[in-house]
Design a protein around this ligand. Structure first.
Ligand SMILES: Cc1cc2nc3c(=O)[nH]c(=O)nc-3n(C[C@H](O)[C@H](O)[C@H](O)COP(=O)(O)OP(=O)(O)OC[C@H]3O[C@@H](n4cnc5c(N)ncnc54)[C@H](O)[C@@H]3O)c2cc1C
Length: 390
């Protein structure tokens, strides 16, 4: 095979690209796989800027199954990703997620809870009394209760990304530091990519794993994806009153969420309608002091005295059709595969998605049927419904 000819070219080496490369190589070590990544420092990649939460608490069966797969995979991740003497440490801490609801949200939450339980997940309905007993700092006025996922948690996202990448490389995947500026196709079939350096890579399979840049990449071959880069911000706080023990990732009905971080810090965030679309990575302390803090302090009065230590901004790749993943081959362009539109829950979907895309390309029956996320639904305008979007 010619030096610039590959079996599969992956555009973007974040969690999706690196997981896909790992599964391709571990399924068939003879494959020649290239991962083109324009920023190997991952400064702007969502995978490195995420809250790194993992949860079972979704309402769509397939999103729950994706998380079940992730839970099992992540428990064994450090052993699976060993390269020589190097074993990643992903700091996987399962401290739980608590989704609070008011009366209007009770029935939707209970429906999702029943589905999760029917699928064999550990998740519980918590009364206000139970919540107050466990987390006495919370002011629960106006709420009806909550669902608690004891196996939900968080991890070191960068370490997971590096773990996948190192293992994929050790199995033979080639990472190329360059930018894909053009997808190439001939007669309704993808044929490769053009790079900013002037090189051309030839391949019958190209996978779009470009995260918030996915629509820009797809457009170079005339494919319009409903995926927008939307700025989201997270703030790191040092409260005067330190909670006893870890607080779970706690979601209020308004969308505000927070949890404890190592070193007695609190991480807090909230997706807002007015969050700008575009490639803007500046965080704004006024967003915290004027918008989030009053809401946080009303719910946890002890947090009325705290120090804002820092913040950061990253991009959700928002699927404007339905906020869910877009997975599979684009109809009308053979060999062009998508792993896009993960909005705010893609990190935990990395393992199952990488596996699924590799199975579609290699042609083995998928262990998880994720065809509900097929790209055709965009053209048919058939959105999926998921109540657990954050
Ligand atoms: C603030 C925030 C909090 C989040 N919290 C969570 C959470 O708690 N749990 C969760 O599961 N998810 C969370 N997410 C979402 C999650 O981070 C993403 O869904 C996931 O990381 C997407 O991975 P990706 O590989 O698709 O994208 P990315 O990690 O962004 O990777 C895409 C890569 O493609 C590269 N690229 C783009 N265009 C090109 C090109 N033309 N040529 C070469 N390379 C290119 C980019 O440089 C980038 O490295 C959060 C996201 C943000 C921003």
């Amino acid at each position: 095979m010619d030096k610039n000819t590959y079996d599969v070219v992956i555009v973007g080496g974040g969690i999706m690209g690196s997981s896909t490369a790992y599964f391709l190589m571990s399924n068939d070590a003879r494959l020649k796989v290239a991962v083109v990544e324009m920023d190997p420092t991952y400064t702007r990649a969502s995978s490195a800027l995420s809250m790194a939460n993992t949860r079972i608490q979704f309402s769509l069966k397939q999103n729950i199954q994706i998380s079940q797969y992730a839970f099992e995979f992540l428990e064994r991740f450090e052993d699976k990703m060993v390269v020589g003497e190097d074993k990643p440490n992903i700091a996987y801490r399962r401290e739980g997620n608590l989704f609070l609801v008011d009366e209007s949200g009770r029935s939707t939450a209970r429906e999702a809870l029943d589905l999760q339980k029917n699928l064999g997940c550990k998740v519980e309905w918590w009364s206000l009394e139970k919540i107050k007993q466990r987390y006495p700092l919370y002011d629960l006025s106006g709420l009806a209760g909550g669902t608690f996922g004891p196996e939900d948690g968080h991890l070191d996202a960068y370490a997971v990304l590096m773990g996948f990448k190192a293992k994929a490389r050790s199995l033979g995947a080639e990472y190329i530091n360059d930018e894909v500026i053009q997808l190439m196709s001939v007669g309704g079939r993808i044929s490769g990519v053009k790079l900013a350096s002037g090189e051309k890579l030839t391949s019958k399979f190209v996978v779009n794993c470009a995260g918030a840049w996915a629509a820009k990449v797809a457009r170079t071959t005339g494919v319009e994806l409903p995926v927008e880069p939307v700025k989201r911000q997270v703030f790191v706080l040092d409260p005067a009153v330190k909670p006893e023990g870890p607080l779970p990732l706690t979601f209020l009905p308004s969308g505000l969420y927070f949890r404890t971080e190592t070193g007695n810090q609190i991480l807090v965030g909230k997706s807002l309608e007015e969050d700008p679309v575009g490639f803007d990575f500046n965080w704004d302390d006024k967003r915290f002091t004027e918008v989030l803090w009053p809401e946080l302090a009303a719910f946890v009065p002890a947090f009325d005295t705290l120090k804002l230590i820092r913040g950061w901004a990253g991009l959700y790749a928002v699927n404007t059709l339905d906020g869910n993943a877009i997975l599979g081959e684009w109809p009308g362009l053979k060999g062009f595969f998508l792993a896009n539109g993960f909005s705010g829950h893609g990190l935990q979907q990395g393992p199952a998605v990488g596996r699924y895309i590799s199975e579609l390309i290699i042609g083995t029956p998928p262990i998880l049927d994720l065809s509900i996320f097929r790209p055709e639904r965009i053209l048919e305008n058939k959105p999926l419904s998921e109540a657990g979007l954050v």
